[in-house]
Design a protein around this ligand. Structure first.
Ligand SMILES: Nc1ncnc2c1ncn2[C@@H]1O[C@H](COP(=O)(O)OP(=O)(O)OP(=O)(O)O)[C@@H](O)[C@H]1O
Ligand SMILES: [Mg+2]
Length: 275
């Protein structure tokens, strides 16, 4: 069953076209990995899936609802089924780690404080950071922030998790542990996963299916094996590049520490209230 579908999705910023007609489907229970060069529109695409951005043209359908016309209540119900790991984590500096992780539970569900605290510590443990509830985001390294953002994305036990660069900025051991966690959530809890990554090890370990965006279109769609065997020059270049020399990676690292990206996170986590 298709749970997300974009059709002819187009999005420009100013006079700069970013998405020029993107058609993707996300099937229930699959792990879809999205790759593509820095700035090609991966994060922009992901934001459309929860209506943080609206298309200029084309449509996004989620659980049968066209997001252009969905009611506020249905949007709220739909977003409750999603977890979102933002690129750069988007933690709120004024709150403790525990409050950050528990925020979607407090805002969108009716759990008691004791249940919130239990779920928060369970999720922090799952991302390898047990017992850090009382720290502030400013006390964390970039990689720790990323993992706290991941704990927040999974705290509600969502049906669908959107991961924007879950392993960027983490060392290989931690990256592998996060990839295992993504696989585990998918296989044990039947979570549907959309994972943006630059990390070819993650593509190999996680992907059931891969989509490569290039120049505003889906340039490749298929299995990870097919990606690595592709005769297409654009695909080959992307897959075989040496990441240590890659300016994209530097760009991402800068992004990890970037401030002021909280507007989007705040909207998805808190703005659509049930009552
Ligand atoms: N809110 C916005 N306003 C204006 N331009 C934007 C906005 N969001 C994204 N862009 C532009 O759209 C393009 C695609 O951005 P996006 O963040 O989706 O890239 P990306 O593929 O995720 O890159 P990276 O791998 O570096 O994260 C970029 O040129 C970016 O500057
Ligand atoms: Mg991005």
């Amino acid at each position: 069953m298709k749970i997300i579908q974009t059709k002819n999705l187009k999005k420009s910023f100013g006079n700069k076209p970013v998405l020029r007609g993107v058609d993707i489907d996300v099937n229930q229970g699959e792990k879809l990995v999205i790759i593509g060069r820095s700035g090609c529109g991966k994060s922009v695409l992901l934001k459309h899936l929860v209506k943080l951005l609206l298309p200029d043209e084309g449509s996004v359908t989620v659980y049968g609802n066209d997001l252009a016309t969905i009611s506020k209540q249905d949007l709220f119900e739909t977003r409750r089924r999603f977890g979102y790991l933002f690129q750069g984590a988007a933690l709120f500096d004024s709150m403790s780690v525990g409050e950050n992780v528990g925020l979607p539970l407090v805002e969108n569900f009716d759990y008691s404080p004791a249940e919130v605290s239990r779920l928060v510590s369970e999720k922090l443990e799952m991302v390898g950071l047990p017992g850090i509830e009382n720290l502030r985001p400013s006390e964390l390294s970039g990689g720790m922030k990323k993992r706290v953002g991941l704990a927040r994305a999974i705290v509600t036990n969502p049906d669908v998790i959107l991961y924007d660069e879950p392993t960027t900025g983490l060392d290989p051991v931690m990256s592998d542990a996060i990839d295992s966690l993504i696989n585990d959530l998918a296989s044990r809890l039947k979570v549907t996963s959309v994972v943006i990554t630059h990390d070819m090890a993650s593509v190999q370990k996680v992907a059931d299916r891969v989509i490569m965006l290039h120049e505003g279109h889906v340039h490749y769609e298929g299995t990870p094996a097919g990606l690595f065997e592709s005769a297409d020059v654009v695909v080959q270049h992307f897959v075989s590049r040496i990441s240590a020399d890659d300016e994209e990676i530097l760009h991402e690292m800068a992004d990890l520490t970037e401030k002021g990206k909280h507007g989007n996170a705040a909207e998805v986590l808190t703005s659509v209230k049930r009552k």
